[in-house]
Design a protein around this ligand. Structure first.
Ligand SMILES: Cc1cc2nc3c(=O)[nH]c(=O)nc-3n(C[C@H](O)[C@H](O)[C@H](O)COP(=O)(O)O)c2cc1C
Length: 208
């Protein structure tokens, strides 16, 4: 089993990475492989061209997005991590989710029934809003979203400060443990319970 943690911060080694590392310790105890993908700040926004409906890949100039998507669909679990920027997720994370989301809704919904969780770090405010933004995507993608002893937030400003947030780190550790549990239960049951068929989706665009 494998989990990928997405670091949505432009800083490769900031608090988001520390939050993912805190979860990584638990995944190691649970014998689950864990890798952090640093998506950086080079991703372009989705152009809304919908060419991915035909190609099942993003046709924008190559900035690594298609490779990230390929890596993600191989994983059993995903952690979507972002710092709070102006009470929201980072623009990099927004670009990432819009583009993998657009490919995936046209590519047989590969994220269905993966276990996915949001993780947010902040200096002071806006964390719940950013967490909601991540959950909107996880839920749309039909991932299973375990919870923890608190919402999955940790506080810190300068790189590494989240390690001082005892409650935040505990929340992330419990989240990681719960994630591992759900993944193992899913894995044990999948032979007996095939994934439900994917229906053809109706699009009712409120146009009369
Ligand atoms: C452009 C920008 C906007 C930010 N906006 C907020 C904010 O609205 N609320 C907040 O609590 N922290 C805000 N922060 C602080 C970061 O969320 C905080 O420093 C976080 O730990 C950074 O995570 P990182 O080290 O993984 O990049 C902002 C930081 C930047 C650079």
């Amino acid at each position: 089993m494998k989990i990928i943690g997405i670091n949505g911060s432009p800083r490769a080694n900031g608090n988001t990475k520390s939050a993912l590392d805190a979860m990584g310790k638990i995944f190691a105890e649970e014998s689950i492989d864990f890798e952090v993908l640093h998506i950086g700040h080079q991703l372009s926004p989705c152009s809304g061209c919908f060419r991915c409906a035909k190609t099942h890949t993003c046709t924008l100039p190559d900035d690594g997005l298609n490779r990230f998507y390929e890596q993600l669909i191989q994983a059993d679990g995903l952690v979507f991590g972002s710092p709070v920027y102006f009470a929201s997720i980072t623009s990099g994370m927004r670009c990432f989710m819009d583009r993998i989301g657009c490919i995936d809704m046209n590519n047989g919904r590969q994220f269905r029934f993966k276990v996915g969780v949001p993780v947010v770090v902040a200096r002071r405010a806006g964390a719940v809003n950013a967490m909601d933004e991540l959950i909107h995507y996880l839920n749309y993608a039909q991932m299973l979203i375990p919870g923890s002893v608190y919402w999955p937030l940790a506080f810190g400003n300068r790189p590494g400060e989240v390690w001082q947030d005892e409650e935040g780190i505990q929340t992330l550790e419990v989240l990681a443990r719960n994630m591992a549990y759900v993944m193992k239960v899913m894995d044990a049951g999948k032979a007996q319970h095939p994934v439900p068929e994917l229906p053809r989706k109706y699009y009712t665009n409120f146009i009369r």
